[in-house]
Design a protein around this ligand. Structure first.
Ligand SMILES: NC(=O)c1ccc[n+]([C@@H]2O[C@H](COP(=O)([O-])OP(=O)(O)OC[C@H]3O[C@@H](n4cnc5c(N)ncnc54)[C@H](O)[C@@H]3O)[C@@H](O)[C@H]2O)c1
Length: 258
C-alpha cells in the first residue's frame, strides 16, 4: 500500500473542459498523476499538452465500456487508480413537457440526457470501482473513493429542465445507494451539486445573462469559481469519513421555477 500521491492516480471523465479540466490541473498540482477521459478530440489534444508526462488523456466515450477501461488501464500505468471523478455531463435545451401548440417533449433529448449523465456516470463508477476494489486497503479498509457530479437542478430543476433535472436527481439518489453498496469493497462515494459556475463557457455567453444570474446568488454575489469546485472535490475524496454525501456548492442559490 502506498500513500505517496505520485503513485495514486485520479481518473476524471469530462476532464478536458470546464470544471473537469480545472480539477484535473488542480490534482496535478497536488502531485497526483491524472488521467482524463473525454470525448472532444480537440480539447483532448490541448489537455495532453497540459498533463505532460504526469498524466494521460484517453479520447473516448463514458458510454463505451472499452473506452472507460482504456482510461482505467492508463491510470494504472502510473500507480493505483485511487480516485475517480465522473464529471462528464451536461444537457440539451428540452423545453416544457407540453410545448407550444401541444407538442410533447422531444424523447431523444430526454433519453440522451439521461444516458450521458446517469448511464455515463454509472458506467464510469462501476468500472472504476471494480478496478479500485483490487487495491490494497488503507488501515481502515479504504480502497478508493468516487465523486459524482450532479447539479442544483437535481434538487430544484427549473421549467424547461425536465431531462437535465431528472438526470441530476438520479445522481443525487445514486450517491447514497452507491456508498452503501460499495462499502463492502471499501470505496466511498460522494457528490457535488454545483449551482452556476464561472467556467470558460461564459466567455461566449451574453454578459447580461451572467450578471442577472450573479444577482440571484444570495452570497457571495457571483458565480462559483472552478477552483472552488476542485477544492471541494479534493476534500470529499480525501476526507475518509465523508461518505454518501451530496455537497451543494452554490452560494446558497436555490433555483426559482423559471
Ligand atoms: N458549469 C456549471 O455551472 C455546472 C453547474 C452544475 C452542474 N454542472 C455539471 O458539472 C459537469 C461539468 O460541467 P462543465 O460546465 O464543466 O461542462 P463542460 O461542457 O465544460 O465539460 C464537459 C466535458 O465532458 C465531455 N463529455 C461530454 N460527453 C461525454 C462523453 N459521452 N464521454 C466522455 N466525455 C464527454 C465534453 O467533451 C466536455 O469536455 C457536468 O456534469 C455538468 O452537468 C456544471
Amino acid at each position: 500500500m502506498t500513500t505517496d500521491p505520485s503513485e495514486r492516480t485520479v481518473l476524471i471523465s469530462g476532464g478536458a473542459s470546464g470544471l473537469g479540466e480545472v480539477t484535473a490541473l488542480w490534482f496535478l498540482g497536488l502531485g497526483y498523476p491524472v488521467v482524463v477521459l473525454d470525448l472532444d478530440a480537440e480539447k483532448c489534444e490541448a489537455m495532453t499538452e497540459h498533463l505532460g508526462d504526469r498524466g494521460a488523456v484517453v479520447c473516448g466515450n463514458v458510454l463505451d465500456d472499452a473506452d472507460v477501461q482504456r482510461a482505467i488501464d492508463a491510470a494504472r500505468t502510473f500507480g493505483e487508480l485511487r480516485w475517480v471523478i465522473a464529471c462528464a455531463g451536461g444537457g440539451e435545451v428540452g423545453g416544457r413537457i407540453v410545448g407550444k401548440g401541444g407538442v410533447p417533449h422531444d424523447m431523444g433529448i430526454f433519453q440522451r440526457t439521461l444516458e450521458l449523465n446517469v448511464t455515463g456516470s454509472f458506467n464510469t463508477l462501476r468500472l472504476a470501482a471494480a478496478a479500485m476494489s483490487e487495491n490494497d486497503p488503507d488501515p481502515d479498509g479504504e480502497r478508493g473513493a468516487a465523486l459524482l457530479v450532479t447539479s442544483g437542478a437535481g434538487f430544484e430543476g427549473q421549467i424547461g429542465q425536465i431531462a437535465y433535472g431528472s438526470a441530476k436527481s438520479a445522481l443525487i439518489g445514486m450517491t447514497l445507494i452507491a456508498a452503501r453498496d460499495l462499502s463492502s469493497v471499501g470505496i466511498r462515494v460522494n457528490a457535488i451539486a454545483p449551482g452556476v459556475m464561472n467556467t470558460s463557457a461564459w466567455e461566449q455567453g451574453p454578459p447580461e445573462l451572467k450578471a442577472a444570474l450573479e444577482s440571484t446568488v444570495p452570497f457571495p454575489k457571483r458565480l462559483g469559481e472552478p477552483e472552488e469546485f476542485a477544492r471541494l472535490a479534493e476534500h470529499l475524496l480525501a476526507n475518509r469519513y465523508m461518505n454518501g454525501h451530496v455537497a451543494r456548492l452554490d452560494g446558497a442559490l436555490r433555483f426559482a421555477p423559471k
